[in-house]
Design a protein around this ligand. Structure first.
Ligand SMILES: [Zn+2]
Length: 190
């Protein structure tokens, strides 16, 4: 059984997460209601962990010259609401009431532009390595908390590859949806 982490949503902010504001967001459309969680993976450089490069990338503060790979993403302005590090620490970059830039061209159950109505959660990881148990624990705790705060989310959990098939592959084959759903179920039935 995962430990109960003390997460709480207050005015779009996740209490229990470290706040690292990103400038990469805008307003959600007026009629948009939060109703989907999108799970991603990211690592910079790919498949290398730590170093703080993701945080810098989401803050438009990455030194593009620091690694050859960074030149391939130079100038991109992206963000996610949350990033879960390998340690399980949760960082928040964008207030849930705002529209983070994580999904790109996308569609879920026939509804386009998932950024308008979703919350984007990045796991520090890659398509070719397993995720850490601490990340499943944090993701489950956070998702249970989000489902309470935004009831429309309920069963609407998707991977980036589900909403942008053919274009995106994350969270990838190593992300264990069964484990995530099982742990989430434990939280919801407490
Ligand atoms: Zn993604």
């Amino acid at each position: 059984m995962p430990k109960t982490a003390a997460f709480q949503v207050c005015h779009g902010e996740l209490i229990g997460a470290r706040q690292i504001p990103s400038p990469n967001y805008n307003q959600r459309p007026k009629q948009a209601e939060i109703q989907l969680v999108v799970v991603h993976n990211i690592s910079l450089p790919p498949s290398q962990f730590g170093g703080g490069y993701i945080e810098q990338f989401f803050q438009n503060a990455l030194d593009w010259a620091a690694h050859p790979y960074f030149q391939t993403i130079e100038g991109m302005q992206v963000s996610a609401h949350l990033l879960i590090l390998r340690s399980g620490e949760v960082l928040q970059f964008v207030n849930f009431n705002d529209r983070a830039w994580h999904a790109g061209r996308s569609s879920y159950l026939g509804q386009k532009e998932c950024n308008d109505y979703s919350i984007g959660i990045e796991l520090e990881g890659s398509d070719d390595l397993p995720f850490e148990q601490a990340q499943y624990d944090a993701l489950s705790a956070v998702t249970a908390c989000l489902q309470q705060a935004y009831p429309k989310i309920q069963q609407h959990l998707a991977g980036h590859s589900d909403i942008a098939p053919g274009r995106k592959t994350d969270p990838g084959p190593f992300f264990d949806w069964n484990k995530f759903r099982t742990q989430l179920h434990h939280f919801k039935n407490k």
